[in-house]
Each structure stands twice: as structure tokens, then as C-alpha cells.
Design a binder for this molecule. Structure first.
Ligand SMILES: [Zn+2]
Length: 333
């Protein structure tokens, strides 16, 4: 949701926050969907979030592109990340306790076992959630990984997982408020800053976001942080410490140069759990074809011109993530 749209009729109305299991559900969804590593038309494959009191509506992008160039429905990709299934004796993959509460057209209602929390995943028109869920249920069963999302209560597999991974489970719960606050402000990754690639992961008690910017675009951390820390619209975050490399001298011939400005943020009042923002600035790291890939995925042209200007000097640089633009064009029309 854009800052402008959020203003609505009352420009001082804050974004409603979430607590308890609602915050946990939102944080876990962001953690699973926000890993990055693929391309979508919007950062993290989330087109928009409409935060409510006790619920959140998450509108997914239409497709995901893998490094091979293959297009895959984002709805199916999201289920692969979110749905819990057991790897007996080892762990539960997906979100422990996630349950399907219902389907209404392109909307999939998700909750946590024994709970009233609610996230609605909205697929593109025509998304057939029922088929996608059934297909996965049978596939997991046949592979010997019991699917868990239809169980009425928390399964023994899930209880065992929580008890086996107690320490990391508790550390992640200290980050729930950060994940929820960022999911509810997901538009910042699109409207603020200059990153063409966003990815995140959790390490211990810190949630790390890595935002990559090409050299021709400004690093964008001031704009991003100003919006994130807005006294009215922002969550209760403050910058604890930072290291800015924007003025560092570099060898102009070093085509592999990459500088990073790092900001560590914590809650204004409580010490537990932190957010680390890494603003990386250099030649395109994740593929010279990123602009073509994003254009074919339907990224908004104005955003694309800002984060990956056409005719930039390194536009043809050979880098890691290659995509067949031709196959994309064929499959997306
Ligand atoms: Zn900087």
C-alpha cells in the first residue's frame, strides 16, 4: 500500500499494528515469502499488502522466475514455501501450525492452529487454490512427508519441532513484531530506496534485509530510512548503529567493486530482536538481464527506470543470475 493511499481521509491515522499470534503469522509469512532468490514484478513477489486490525490481505504477484528462466505461478510458489509438512524425525518444513481456513475465489484464508489470526493470500484472477492444495497434499503423502495443514490441532510432528528447536523458535518470536511491521509496510521496498533486488533471512536474533542497488542509481538508504522511521507511519524502530560507505574511495577500474552501508535497528523500548539493513551498491550482482526479466514479469516501468536505468554502463556485464529473455517472452504472452 502506498504512503499516499495509506493517508486516506485521515492523514494522521497510523498503520494498525499486530501483536501475539497475528504478528507471528505475518512474520512467518514474510520470512518464507521474502527469502528472495527469484524474480517477481514487485520486490519479494508481493504486489500489495492491506493491513487490517487482526488480519492482513497479501496480494501476490502473478509469477516467479527461476534462474533457469522458467515461469512458475507465484501462488504455487507461495504454497511450496508456506504449507507445513513433516519430515519424520527431522523437522517440519513450512510454517508450523499453519492451517487453511477457507477459500473465496482467488483468496486463500490462512490461520494458525487453534487461533483467530488471519492472513488472506490473494492470487491473480483465476488462481485455483483448491487444485494447488490438493496437488501438494497428494505429492507430500506419496513422498512420505505427512502434510499437516488440514489437522484440527497442532500435530505431534509440530510439537516435536517446537521442542527440538526451542532456542531458535524463541529467538524468532522476538522478531515477530519486526516481520509484521515490515509486511504491513511492504510498499516501502517498492516506493522508497533504489534497490532492484531485495532478499531477507534470519540469523539468530537478527532479521537481515539485503537491498542491491546498481551504480547509476543512488544508494537510497536515507530515503528508505526516513520513510521507515517516520514518527507517524513507522514502527517503534530506531537506528542503533550504522556504517555508511557512500563516501569511500574506489578504484574506478574495479568492476567487481561492491560497497555496503549497514544499519542496525532495534525497538525503541525493548532490547530483544533487531533488524539489519544492508544497502549494497555496485555493478549488478544478480544478472545483467534483470531489467529484461523484470519487464517481462510486468514490473511497473517507472520503478524499473528508477532502479535499473536503461543503457547503464554495466547493463551487459556478465553476472550470476542468467535468464532466457526469449523463453520468458514466449511463455508470458
Ligand atoms: Zn551510505
Amino acid at each position: 500500500m502506498s504512503r499516499h493511499a495509506l493517508r486516506g481521509g485521515d492523514n494522521r491515522h497510523p498503520i494498525p499494528g499486530a501483536t501475539g499470534t497475528q504478528a507471528r503469522l505475518e512474520a512467518e509469512v514474510l520470512a518464507k515469502l521474502g527469502g528472495g532468490g527469484q524474480w517477481w514484478s514487485h520486490p519479494l513477489g508481493i504486489a500489495r499488502v492491506r493491513p487490517g486490525c487482526g488480519s492482513a490481505l497479501v496480494e501476490l504477484d502473478g509469477h516467479t522466475t527461476f534462474s533457469s528462466g522458467t515461469l512458475y505461478p507465484r501462488s504455487a510458489h507461495a504454497l511450496d514455501k508456506l504449507l507445513p509438512c513433516a519430515e519424520p524425525g527431522v523437522q517440519v518444513t513450512g510454517i508450523v501450525g499453519l492451517r487453511v481456513a477457507g477459500i473465496e475465489g482467488a483468496d486463500l484464508h490462512l490461520t494458525l492452529s487453534g487461533d483467530f489470526s488471519r492472513i488472506v493470500l490473494r492470487g491473480i484472477p483465476g488462481t485455483r487454490w483448491e487444485e494447488l492444495l490438493d496437488e501438494r497434499w497428494h505429492r507430500y503423502e506419496e513422498a512420505g512427508f505427512p502434510p499437516l495443514w488440514r489437522s484440527g490441532s497442532l500435530t505431534e510432528y509440530e510439537k516435536a519441532h517446537i521442542s527440538s528447536y526451542g532456542e531458535s523458535w524463541r529467538a524468532e518470536r522476538d522478531l515477530d513484531w519486526i516481520g509484521s511491521a515490515l509486511l504491513r509496510r511492504i510498499a516501502l521496498f517498492h516506493t522508497s530506496g533504489s534497490a532492484y533486488s531485495t532478499r531477507s533471512w534470519i540469523t539468530g536474533d537478527e532479521w537481515i534485509f539485503e537491498l542491491d542497488t546498481v551504480l547509476d542509481a543512488p544508494p537510497g538508504h536515507d530515503d528508505f530510512l526516513n520513510r521507515l522511521l517516520d514518527p507517524i507511519w513507522g514502527p517503534a524502530l530506531r537506528v542503533d548503529r550504522c556504517h555508511c560507505s557512500c563516501d569511500a574511495l574506489r578504484d574506478p577500474d574495479d568492476r567487481f567493486y561492491l560497497r555496503q552501508c549497514t544499519f542496525h535497528l532495534t525497538h525503541r523500548d525493548q532490547p530483544l530482536g533487531g533488524l539489519q539493513l544492508r544497502f549494497r551498491h555496485g555493478h549488478a550482482v544478480y544478472g545483467s538481464d534483470a531489467r529484461t526479466t523484470l519487464r517481462h514479469l510486468g514490473s511497473p516501468p517507472k520503478w524499473l527506470d528508477r532502479v535499473l536505468p536503461a543503457n547503464r554502463p554495466d547493463a551487459r556485464a556478465s553476472t550470476g543470475r542468467r535468464t532466457s529473455a526469449q523463453s520468458l517472452e514466449t511463455e508470458s504472452h
